[in-house]
Structures are given as structure tokens and as C-alpha cells.
Write a protein that binds this ligand. Sequence first.
Ligand code: PLP
Length: 227
Amino acid sequence: MPDGAARALDAVRGRIASACARSGRDPGAVALVAVSKTFPAERVREMLALGQTVFGENRVQEALDKIPLVGAGASWHLVGHLQSNKAKRAVGTFDLIHSVDGADLAREIDRRAAERGIVQPVLVQVNLSREATKSGAAEEETAALLEALASLPHLDLRGLMTIPPPAEDAEEVRPWFAALRELRDRAEPLLGRKLPDLSMGMTDDFEVAVEEGSTLIRVGRALFGER
Ligand SMILES: *Cc1c(COP(=O)(O)O)cnc(C)c1O
């Protein structure tokens, strides 16, 4: 259904542009990560042909299976939880790992990146709402974790990621997005470096996330349909 894919992509891009216009932001500062988990490589290739180049997966194995089938031209991000024993396969596969949530995992990624002679871009996932079912560092642990990561030479610490609790209305999650931005703004002077990226916003709330400063929105269903 190529027409469907083109329409969905145009619609999402239009909504990003409107949210940027409302909040005085440059649309070029918001990257769309098309979350392709559960969808086959053909659907990814269709999006790639339409000019969408960044894709998100939440499982390392699914991504490793899909990447060769999609072929050149795509950039892959890991948006789901990463276990330390899969760090070796994730490093170098993903251009950005959104889900670093502890110092042990960070050290393992650093070690694997060193082995490969690369620097791995990462975000720290923060569990602001403290939901037990969700991964992510606790807010009060974040500053120390960021400091530990900043000292690892084979990690490129780019910023923060969060997933807010489920809500009926996107406006209900606005405070979580604002809180992530404020946490970033407080961390930068402590670290003495910029944390340019905020990964926040999914199908049901990406416009609010853009208004609150998101630089990476992770959108699945609005592009690919229901899973
Ligand atoms: C699945 C997933 C998304 C995309 O969710 P949609 O509601 O389909 O837009 C974004 N982020 C993460 C971490 C996900 O697992």
C-alpha cells in the first residue's frame, strides 16, 4: 500500500511542522525515528524509498534480522531495553542506543565499542514516573549516571530519553516531557557539556513532545499502522 505509506509519512511530517510552528522551533531540529518493530523489511523499504531514513527497533535480534533485508541507506536506532549480554551485538549496529539505564550496561557498551574501535552514541533512559514495569534510571540517580558515562571514552553521551505513563489525553503527559527537558537543563552545567538530544514523544503524544523540546520522536503506529 505505497499510497498509504506516503500519506502517513506526509501527515506525520505535517503535524511535526505545525507543532514546531506553534512553539517557534526549527523543524530541522526534530528527527523522526520511524519505529518499525513487528513490521517486515518490505514496509521499511517502502518508507526508505519515500525518504524516511531513520528507523527504530526495540529488540536487537529483530533488528539484526531486518537490517540486511532493508539494505543500504537506512540508519537504525535501538529504542527498547538493552541487556548487557546483547551489548556486543548492539554496538556498531545502532547509530544511537536510546535506552542506557545503568552504569554496568554503560561500561559493557564502552568495552564493546573499544574492541571495535568505535565510539557509540547513546542516550540515558530516565523512568520519571517510577513505574515498576518500565526500565530507565530513577531521576535521582541520573546525575551520577551521566557523570559516570561522560568519563567513558568510547561512549558519545547525546542526551536523555523517557517514556511517560499511559494517558487518555496527550496534554496529561506534557509535564513528563517538560520534566525531562528540565532535568537535562540542570545536568548540563554539572557535567560541563551539552546534552543536545531529548528522545520523547510517540504516536499518541509526539506533538506535545515537540512543543516541549523533543529532538527525536519515536513514531510507530502513525506511520506503519496498528501492530
Ligand atoms: C513501540 C515504541 C515506540 C513507538 O510507539 P507508537 O505508539 O507505535 O508510536 C516508541 N518508543 C518505544 C521505546 C517503543 O517501544
